[in-house]
Design a protein around this ligand. Structure first.
Ligand SMILES: Cc1cc2nc3c(=O)[nH]c(=O)nc-3n(C[C@H](O)[C@H](O)[C@H](O)COP(=O)(O)OP(=O)(O)OC[C@H]3O[C@@H](n4cnc5c(N)ncnc54)[C@H](O)[C@@H]3O)c2cc1C
Length: 411
């Protein structure tokens, strides 16, 4: 009932994950006096966001992500000042281990990209890498690059930093409010129908994560992304996992790792990633069974590859298993922006497992676009129409997106 009295907002955002919260932060910061409402059907950041390994990778082979991630680091510094609290981001750096000619070439390119973006990066010896990460066996490494400014964080805390700052700046953030339908007048979005009534707005932003294709379909858009499972494990504590050791990318084993308070958090890319139709995911993700065997079969498939670099993996105890869905695309590029011909509807979607890292850039971009201003970032690689017409619920599409994750070798 209360919502019915709200009348009209300038912007309504569907979804209170890290994208929705970051948009609210930038929108209220850059447009004082304007009204933005964020609607989250559960609790803030309950879904993909709180499950992320939260590597905030800056230097990547995909250049178009880099300015977005750099913006996240700026936002963190600003929000820490605003809240008078530390996010306790861990700037431990990232080791990139190349153990084949193909991956060595990738690493050399990456080190050039680091230079291009003025990020410190240098090669280090195998012995030094092993001293920094005593769990890491480096005998097979041909070259190891170190990028010292890379960090990880607590993703839930970062999401709620955005939300708390947004609230301080005037955002109206509502939890427990589910959006049932977009309200469209032909090809123009004018609001949303929620469990408690209608909210009208000049701009509607879909930031509903794995479920985004369901709402997009109501506007006639086949949103090119599919929910694909990511999974990782956290080991028991051991002296071989120093708390401030660097994060490690092992592209030859399609694996990554980072310290987690005296344990090791590590993830793999299984050869058959698991994707599912957005329509088959319950609205509360905690009711979804990602893997009855807690990923054991997938891990055993790649364990020998991983053991080349992490021999202790055979006998270390695994204390936690975490899984969740990210919106993947066949080319590994984000899927977001606007669609010509559909007015006042924006898509902050298709995060490709990098949403924590790029959240600052995504938040700023949508805050600008929602006001009809120029997007300060280049979104041309992320164009929603780049695949033409697709059926985001069809098996063929779901498989294509899952395959893209299986082949992913970057962080
Ligand atoms: C296991 C795992 C590891 C990851 N590791 C990393 C990493 O190392 N680095 C990195 O950058 N990223 C990582 N990610 C990806 C990152 O978590 C996501 O990119 C990011 O959280 C996406 O944020 P989001 O806001 O789009 O989605 P979500 O956090 O899923 O938020 C979407 C929200 O929309 C709400 N919603 C949906 N439909 C409706 C509706 N109809 N009405 C109201 N609310 C609705 C949902 O309840 C949800 O809260 C990882 C993800 C997983 C699962």
């Amino acid at each position: 009932m209360e919502i019915k009295k709200l009348g009209k907002a300038d912007v309504v955002v569907i979804g209170g994950g890290i994208f929705g919260c970051a948009i609210a932060y930038y929108y209220t910061k850059n447009n004082p006096g304007k009204k933005i409402i964020v609607l989250e059907r559960n609790e803030l950041c309950n879904s993909a966001t709180s499950r992320a390994a939260a590597l905030m990778t800056i230097v990547r082979s995909k250049r178009s992500y880099i300015p977005l991630s750099l913006e996240t680091y700026k936002a963190v510094a600003d929000m820490e000042k605003q809240l008078g609290e530390s996010l306790d981001m861990r700037t431990v750096g990232m080791l990139h281990v190349a153990a084949s000619d193909a991956r060595m070439k990738d690493l050399e390119e990456l080190m050039e990209i680091a230079k291009e973006f003025k990020q410190p990066a240098h090669y280090i010896s195998n012995e030094k890498a092993h001293r920094m990460c005593p769990w890491l066996k480096t005998d097979e490494a041909i070259k190891i690059g170190f990028i010292p400014n890379e960090a990880y964080c607590d993703p839930y805390l970062l999401g709620t930093f955005y939300a708390r700052c947004a609230k301080m700046q005037g955002a109206d953030i509502r939890q427990g409010v589910e959006v049932k339908e977009l309200i469209m007048e032909e090809n123009n979005a004018i609001g949303v129908n929620t469990v408690s009534g209608n909210i009208y707005a000049d701009k509607v932003i879909i930031a509903s994560g794995a479920w985004a294709p369901i709402l997009a379909a109501q506007a006639g858009i086949g949103l090119p992304m599919a929910p694909v499972r990511s999974q990782y494990w956290i080991t028991e504590k051991s002296g071989i996992f120093p708390v401030d050791s660097p994060m490690v990318l092992l592209p030859d084993a399609q694996a990554y790792a980072r310290p987690e308070g005296g344990s090791l958090l590590f993830g793999i890319r299984e050869s058959n990633s698991f994707s599912v139709s957005p329509k088959d995911i319950p609205s509360d993700i905690s009711h979804f069974s990602f893997s009855p065997d807690r990923g054991a079969a997938d891990l055993s498939e790649v364990i020998d590859q991983l053991a080349r670099f992490f021999p202790k993996v055979y006998d270390i105890g695994l204390k936690y298993y975490i899984a969740g869905f990210s919106g993947y695309t066949p080319d590994g590029n984000l899927s977001m922006g606007i669609v010509p011909g559909i007015t006042n509807l924006l898509f902050a979607t298709g995060c490709v497992g990098a949403g924590i890292s790029v959240s600052g850039g995504v938040g700023r971009a949508f805050a600008e676009m929602a006001e009809g201003r120029h997007n300060p970032f280049d979104f041309s690689d992320f164009d929603i129409q780049r695949y033409g017409k697709i059926d985001p619920f069809g098996n063929e599409w779901l498989q294509k997106c899952a395959y893209a994750r299986s082949k992913k070798v970057s962080g």
